[in-house]
Write a protein that binds this ligand. Sequence first.
Ligand code: HEM
Length: 161
Amino acid sequence: MDALAFFDGECYFGIVSEVSESWDRVKMIESYDEMFGATLFKCMYDIAPDAWTPFAFTADDVEQKNEKFMVFAKRFVRMLDLAVHMLGPDMDIVAEEMMDLGPAHARYGVTARHFELMGQALGHTLEKVLSSRDCTPSTKHSWEKIFSFMSAYMLEGAKSV
Ligand code: HEM
């Protein structure tokens, strides 16, 4: 796969800076990790209640913000934070880092459908937690691009399992 071709002539730097800036806005919200994790997982379980077998939580745990679930949700958002921080000027390096995450995800039972559903839920979550000024159609497009870029390389890396 050619990382540059993935962006189809669009400006990678513009996309990355839009994602990073909007993520910084999310991080200004109090207890952003708990809030974002709870909202993201609620969206994921609303979209596809039975899809999330890689996680040890039910839709009820998510709905009721069960304590163990909240600890996990917070950790999951920290992972997302790490992934956003991995974004940098060299997209080939980001692609390699994503490929390295692929095999572990394949072992967790994560499939292409999970990436697709999580990508949708992520878009809804950003819309919910950010103001319309900070989450414009262009912001959403940039997140979609980055998320599908990351997903594509993680799935590519998973092929080695
Ligand atoms: C672009 C998308 C994603 C990124 C950047 C990402 C990143 C990460 C990272 C950095 C870790 C910790 C390292 C590791 O355990 O290998 C992790 C763990 C994990 N991820 Fe992902 N992930 C993504 C998508 C997904 C999806 C779609 C699912 C499943 C629906 C998923 C399920 C998991 C699970 C179950 C773990 C282990 C959590 C634990 O420690 O209990 N991830 N992810």
